[in-house]
Design a protein around this ligand. Structure first.
Ligand SMILES: [Zn+2]
Length: 89
């Protein structure tokens, strides 16, 4: 299945991510990985299973998230979520 979510709000972030050269997260939707990372970061989650998380993602051939590293996307999302957690306290 291909991801059909509207990721238009994070296209600038997606454009800045490194390209995945056929690693573990190949073709998985990096925009969804970012959003899950953001959620986990905002919640300061400490028990994270990236294998299960990436397995749950849809694939994506669309827009700026195409072929982008889901690892980098998750990490960027996590960091942005942590930052917003502290900003919104
Ligand atoms: Zn997606």
């Amino acid at each position: 299945m291909a991801c059909s979510k509207d990721h238009s709000e994070i296209q600038t972030i997606m454009a800045g991510l490194p390209v995945d050269q056929g690693g573990k997260g190949r073709h998985k939707c990096a925009a969804c990985a970012y959003e899950l990372g953001y959620r986990d970061g905002y919640n300061l989650s400490e028990h994270i299973n990236l294998t299960a998380l990436f397995n749950s993602l849809e694939e994506s051939q669309a827009k700026e998230q195409r072929h982008k590293s889901p690892h980098a996307a998750y990490a960027q999302g996590y960091y942005d979520g942590v930052k917003d957690f502290y900003l919104n306290r």
